[in-house]
Every structure is written in C-alpha cells, then in structure tokens.
Write a protein that binds this ligand. Structure first.
Ligand code: ARG
Length: 452
C-alpha cells in the first residue's frame, strides 16, 4: 500500500504511544484541516500541484472532516494521520499535499489557528466580568462598606469603588490578552522544517487564507518559536491571579455577611444541612495556582531549547490548552457569581465605621485646619486607643495641644468626619471613593468596554 514503508519506519516499537500526540491533537483536528486546505489551494495557485489533484485532496479533506478525528488511521500525530487518510482515499497522489512544508511549520500554524479562537473566548469572559463589575458599581454607587488593609478595618468606601478597582485590573488583563492575540495571529506556514523550501510558495497567500494578520518572516523562527505560547499563558495566569483576589474578597465578604452568593454559585454540605459554601469561588481562587504552574512548566520546557524544532515542543503546547480552558472557565464563573450576588446594604452600613475607620478623615480635617499632619495623626491615634469617638478626640486634643478641640476646628465638622457616609463623600480626589469620583471611573470603564 501507499506510503507504508515510510510510516512503518516511525509507527512501531514500545515508544509508540509515548511519541504520539494523536489524542492530544484532537484539539487541532479542524485547524489542521484548514491549514491543509489553505496550503493545497496555494500549491495549486502557484502551479506546484495540478488543479485536479488539489481538487481531489480538498474533497478527501472534506470527507475526513465529516468522519471526524475518531476515524483517523493511527499516526504519530494528527498531521501524519490526516495525510495517511487522504492517501487511503485518493491514492499516492494525496502525498502531494505535503509538498513544500513540514509538520514543524504545520503544527505551529495549527496551534496558532486554534489558540486564536480560544484566546478570543477568554477575552470575551474578561469583558463579561467587566460588565458584571460595572453593573455592581452602578447599582451600588452609594452603598457604603468597610475597606480593609491587612484585612483590618481601614477606611470606609463604597461597593462601587471596590467593584471599579477590579474592573481596572481586569481591563488590563483584557489588554494583555489582546496584545498576546496580535502576536499569535502571525502565520508560520511555509517555514517548512526550519530552512525554507525550493518551491515557489506564497506565504502571504496562505496567511491570508487562514486569516492571519501577517507572517513570521524567518523560516527558523516561524517553525520553532513558542514565545507566543509563553506570552499567552502568562497573560492568562495574570488574569487568574486577578480572579483569585476577587474570589478571596468575595469569600471574606460572604463570611462576614456583607454579600450573599446566589445559590447557583454556592454549594452545600453533604452532612451539615445549614451550610452554604462559596465553593465556586474557592475553585476560581485555585485556578491561579494551576495557571502559575503551567507558566512554570512551559518556561522550563522551553528554556535552553536549541534551534530549530525539537520534540519537546509537543509537550509545551499542552500547558497552553490547559491554562486557557481553566482560566476561561474561572473567568466566566467569576462573572456569573459577581453578577448574581446580593449585597447586604444594612450589614455593610453598620460595619462601615467599625474599628474607628474614619480616623484618617478626622486627621485630614485637623491637618486641613492647620495642624501638621503628623501631629494630627498622633492625636487621633491617642483618641483611637481611648475609644475612637468624639469625646476621645476632644480629650486627646487637650492632652496633645493643651487646648479644647473647638478652639481650632468646628465640632460639627468633626462629627461629620466621624460619619462613614460623610467620610466617603469627602474623599473626592481623582479615583477616590466619593460617588462623583466613582462616576468618572465608571464612565471610563463603560467607554473602554465599548471599544475593547
Ligand atoms: N506532533 C508534533 C508536535 O506537536 C508535530 C511536529 C513533529 N515534527 C517532527 N519533526 N517530529 O510538535
């Protein structure tokens, strides 16, 4: 039979299944067919393969697509198996499809072709998450809540300000993924094994047929570089890290009764009937670990690889698929959990001022009335140690300054600074939590969402 000798040389032996990527290549089955079609069409247009042979190959590829990956003959990988299937259908002439290319440029083209789609899906989920965060912010422009540093009560903010803080981070995650996408979207096809070809191929044409923006010019770079995988996996890992912080915040907030997760995003216990647990968010938090592990695995696999193609690259790809799947799922689930959570305004309002969280605002007020900020800070710290209320501030003033509080500041202004709502409203610096400052942030968030 056709091609038997060549294939027998590679297909036997105890290392057969260790070598083969055929199962993993299920992911690039459709991509490989598209790459084959583009290549064969270009070969015909260039007069490298006869039109009728090209036509037969294209017909065979269509039939192979209908039969599906599961019907492929055995092979070291999907590229070999599809070629074998074409030859089985139309005879020895089918082998012309591999003129002027190698599996090395072919697989690189397939990975880029498929990864493009997957990264677009990942980007979609970042947009959905941003949409959800903007929705939460719009609905909670005035919902006061405690803000933390070191997980200790720090200063009151609003739920909108919190949501916008994550929207900004996810927006940069989108940008990083878009940048990675632009570099994925370059065609390596025609690089051949690594050293180009004697045939008069048209690389721009196959790039165009496959919807790539341009080509990776140098044939050795085209066939062997995988920095696009690294960059994409890193961008996904960064997004997963953002998600893990968001998930952690919501887990803590749920724990404190600030927010109720929708039942759809919660789990119960198999033994404790009263339990409602934030399991989905815990899994979102965990994906950051998987993604960081993949970045590490991929980096280590690529490190020190010589030019040009080495089979190590077969195992590099898997890290990117696993990461894009896990992070896209996590991002989608996070968006759903954010969009459906219920914020408990009363609990949040009651907690917003806890732990003398308005202390900074009181110190700011004293500083605005002429006291050096450091002196104000010391004075309010003494008040904090003595209960953190108006009376404590008053006696701290006598202790530190030797005069009554009202001799240098309006008592009503101090009362206002102690009120969490007033405290938030007064922090209207650019990017701050005051409702009008958050309105500007929201406008920018909406604008970016409409263009990304
Ligand atoms: N299955 C291989 C991979 O994923 C395809 C390229 C094989 N090329 C080679 N020269 N062995 O990388």
């Amino acid at each position: 039979g056709e091609g038997v000798v060549r294939r027998d040389r590679f297909s036997g032996g105890p290392a057969r299944s260790f070598l083969s990527s055929l199962e993993a290549d299920r992911r690039i089955f459709e991509a490989d067919l598209e790459v084959d079609r583009a290549h064969v069409l270009m070969l015909a247009e260039q007069g490298i393969v006869e039109d009728d042979v090209a036509g037969e190959i294209l017909t065979a590829l269509d039939a192979i697509e209908v039969d599906g990956h599961g019907s492929l003959p055995d092979g070291e990988d999907v590229h070999e198996a599809i070629e074998t299937a074409v030859i089985q259908r139309i005879g020895e002439e089918g082998g012309k499809m591999h003129t002027a290319r190698s599996r090395n440029d072919e697989v690189a083209a397939c990975i880029r072709y498929r990864l493009r789609e997957d990264v677009l899906d990942a980007i979609e989920t970042t947009l959905a998450l941003r949409e959800a965060l903007v929705g939460v912010a719009e609905a909670n422009a005035e919902t006061i809540m405690p803000g933390y540093t070191h997980l200790q009560p720090a200063q009151p903010i609003t739920v909108a300000h919190w949501a916008c803080s994550y929207e900004g981070a996810v927006r940069r995650d989108t940008e990083r993924l878009l940048e990675a996408y632009a570099r994925i979207n370059q065609s390596p096809l025609g690089g051949a094994a690594f050293a180009g070809t004697t045939f008069d191929i048209d690389r721009e044409r196959t790039a165009e047929l496959l919807g790539f923006e341009g080509i990776v010019e140098n044939s050795m770079d085209a066939s062997s570089s995988r920095d696009f995988l690294l960059e994409t996996t890193q961008a996904l890992s960064t997004h997963a890290t953002t998600l893990s912080g968001l998930a952690e915040d919501l887990i803590v907030f749920a724990n404190r009764g600030f927010v109720d997760l929708a039942d759809d995003y919660s789990s119960t216990s198999s033994i404790m009937p009263q339990k409602k647990n934030p399991d989905t968010l815990e899994l979102v938090r965990a994906v950051a670990g998987d993604a960081a592990g993949s970045v590490q695995g991929l980096t280590t696999t690529l490190k020190g690889l010589p030019r040009a193609y080495n089979r190590d690259l077969q195992r590099a790809t898997t890290h990117a698929w696993e990461t894009v799947d896990a992070v896209t799922d996590a991002s989608e689930v996070a968006a759903g959990a954010v969009a459906t959570a219920n914020w408990n305004e009363e609990v949040l309002a009651a907690e917003a001022g806890a732990g003398f969280s308005t202390a900074t605002g009181v110190a700011d007020l004293l500083a605005a009335n002429g006291l050096p900020f450091r002196t104000a800070h010391e004075m309010v710290a003494i008040a904090a140690a003595n209960g953190g209320d108006y009376d404590a501030i008053e006696s701290a003033a006598r202790e530190v300054l030797g005069e009554p509080l009202e001799s240098f500041v309006d008592p009503a202004a101090v009362e206002a600074a102690l009120d969490p709502v007033e405290s938030v409203a007064s922090r209207d610096s650019q990017g701050g939590p005051a409702p009008e400052a958050v309105a500007d942030q929201l406008e920018a968030a909406r604008e970016a969402l409409s263009t990304d």
